[in-house]
Design a protein around this ligand. Structure first.
Ligand code: F0G
Length: 352
């Protein structure tokens, strides 16, 4: 654990932290920015880095925003919070709600969230409401609920979530000494691309960075609402975290793209799974499938001719692969059972 101050203190001047805001932490932020060992050369980047957001306490970037949203909910005397989620937001809300003694309601699409994320919400003690519909419907319902009841909404529609999540951009600039040339990021509900862009802009305005990056957001092909310019009623993709057909921060994501000179595009499930495997076998990084959309996007752009050879590129790896064991195991061959003797194992090793 780093000796650095917690996120709410370290970036207090950039956050809605008042003397009344409770300073809570379970170790969020200050995640590693690691230099690529092999893909940098193979893809052809000047410098390639991965921001490992899976190293947050609940295994995803959501903790940066949740710590702010939950602190503000406590400050404004809420005793309950609620969110719709494809899994990671629910895990994070459940953890931060638990540490503050709040009642946590999470509304999730039944059968459509990764097993590890469901396990987290269960163990942190959230009240799980599994609906027979998708994320977009769940979000519609929690928005209506929070208009009727005194329960704090902690989806990224809550501006405090975006404020907290922008700290990842600060950390990247702090580590590199300036903004990178390109920031590749998966895009689901579009809160995170909005948050990063805000972070880069605020840091530049504060004189902490000279430049801002091009924002490169990647949806999954089967849920590419922004790319297609229309709501997708039945979004589909292997990357369940970004299976979203009507992103809440749609306009803000488009503004981030246009103001930064960036791109919003999609990657296919095949490209996502291929990048997911490459990250693991070439870099030792196990991100969840949605996280690999950033790397898949970089590979797609490099293949189609963008020259990154003199560029500094950061890919955000938004969540840990341990959350989604099903996808990991689907690619496994059946494990042969080997007798427990030295000779047999030596034979297996000799085969390489
Ligand atoms: N990567 C992961 C691992 C996610 O969990 C999400 C979103 C995204 C990327 C996309 O970020 O929505 O800000 O564009 N997960 C949300 C959830 C929707 O409910 O956990 P976004």
């Amino acid at each position: 654990m780093s000796k650095k101050q917690c996120l709410l203190v370290r970036y207090r001047d950039f956050l809605p932290v008042t003397p009344q805001t409770p300073i809570i932490t379970i170790g969020e932020g200050d995640t590693p920015l690691v230099r690529s060992q092999r893909l940098e050369r193979e893809i052809g980047c000047g410098e390639l880095y991965f921001k490992l957001e899976g190293c947050n306490p609940t295994g995803s970037f959501k903790d940066r925003g949740m710590v702010v949203a939950v602190a503000k909910a406590v400050e404004t005397k809420n005793s309950a919070i609620i969110c719709a989620s494809t899994g990671n937001t629910s895990a994070s809300a459940a953890a931060y709600g638990a540490v503050c003694g709040l009642t946590v309601f999470v509304v999730v699409p039944k059968g459509n969230i990764a097993l590890g994320k469901l396990a987290q919400a269960i163990v942190y003690g959230a009240k799980i409401i599994a609906i027979n519909d998708n994320f977009d419907k769940a979000l519609e319902l929690v928005r209506a609920l929070t208009q009727k009841h005194h329960i704090a909404l902690v989806n990224s529609l809550n501006p405090h979530r975006i404020e907290g999540q922008k700290t990842a951009a600060f950390e990247i600039v702090d580590a590199l000494g300036d903004a990178p040339d390109y920031l590749f990021i998966p895009l689901g509900n579009a809160g995170n691309i909005t948050a990063y862009w805000r972070g880069f802009v605020h840091y530049k305005q504060a004189g902490k960075a000279k430049s801002t990056p091009r924002m490169m957001g990647f949806e999954a092909e089967g849920s590419a609402a922004i790319v297609r310019g229309k709501v997708i009623p039945n979004p589909k993709t292997v990357a369940s975290a970004i299976r979203i057909g009507n992103p809440a921060s749609w306009e803000k994501a488009v503004a981030a793209r246009d103001e930064s000179g960036g791109v919003i595009d999609y990657v296919t499930d095949e490209e996502i799974l291929s990048a997911y495997k490459l990250l693991a076998v070439k870099e030792g990084i196990f991100g969840e499938p949605a996280s690999a959309a950033s790397v898949a996007g970089l590979i797609k752009k490099a293949k189609s001719g963008t020259d990154f050879s003199k560029k500094k590129v950061v890919c955000v790896i938004t969540g840990t692969g341990l959350k989604d064991p099903d996808t990991a195991l689907q690619s496994a061959h059946t494990l042969p059972e080997i007798p427990a003797d030295l000779e047999t194992i030596e034979k297996v090793i000799a085969q390489g």
